[in-house]
Design a binder for this molecule. Sequence first.
Ligand code: MG
Ligand code: ZN
Length: 379
Amino acid sequence: MKRILLFLVVLGLFSACGQRQLVEPELPRPVPDDSISFNPPKNIILLIGDGMGIAQITAGMYSNGNQLNLERCKYIGLHIPYSSDNLVTDSAAGATAFACGIKTYNGAIGVDPSKKAVPNIVEQVSAMGMETGLVVTSTITHATPAAFYAHQPRRDMYEAIAADLAASEIDFFVGGGTTDFVGRQDGRNLIDEMRNNGFFLTDSATVSFDKVQIPFDKKFGYFSSPNAPVKASEGRDYLPLATQKAIQYLKRNGGKKGFFLMVEGSQIDWGGHANDSDYIVSEMLDFDKAVGAALDFAEEDGNTLVIITADHETGGYSILPGSEMNKIRPGFTTDSHTASLIPVFAFGPGQELFTGVYENTAIYHKMVRALSLSKKLQP
Ligand code: MG
Ligand code: ZN
């Protein structure tokens, strides 16, 4: 109840602060969600390809026999990714839009433009008894996953973000970043603290991910690297398997209350920053395998909504004249992010909600609507 009130207060403050934004407040773009009827899904799997614009998807497709798992989705839309203080968003504001349903400033993790915490979907679905998980190829404290459990004014506050993970409702996670949990400036050992709070935690130095026995009676965390995980082209291959294992784990109790899982192909973005087309393509194809694993489950399950999108495009990447199938001649206009519209692919019950053109914040509101949470969230 407190949380709901806080949410409303925060929403009110946010609209009151509209004047301070550099970018125009978001325009009302009515999407006829209310006229769409469907059986609510029990589970949602949100897959985010960081920095994955249309050209990244196309390059992946042309480098993979002209096909991707993404194509199995027949409901496709576009989101408008700007943040509250910049037409070009960063991953922190982008992920906060998905996780919390608000536009905020670049660098913000789960807080609004006045730096107040805003409830995120993980907190909201956990309160309804749903299980939650995160699987990423960056550190688990990196901006995209962080927005799903943390509330901090700056994305580089990694130790504070790690402490927020330890205190969160997350049941299952896989990602790098042990160093934010031990050897900290405040002297806390979050690994010990989390183990004492019912977590089974292990890491890549102890056992490779494919050999881990995941205990179903504890929360589960796997550190895939002390810092940032290596590239897919250097042997990192856990993302598709971790996606499968996360699903198995999250539905282990007969899947009674359902689950929310966020999977991130974190390094498509890093290939864009490096203006390295081969890096983009290999990360894109690794991410698409995770997409395949999610869609395989959703097809069989019939009660799972899968959403695949990106926070923004990176690199102003393009496929130049002279390119051939399996041989991209790339171009880049920047080593930073760009402001282009971003595709959204949906599959499963509620998929119809995701067609059209809408703000990035609508992804959150559509997930809430799909789960029929909106009524329950009202006081
Ligand atoms: Mg990211
Ligand atoms: Zn980036």
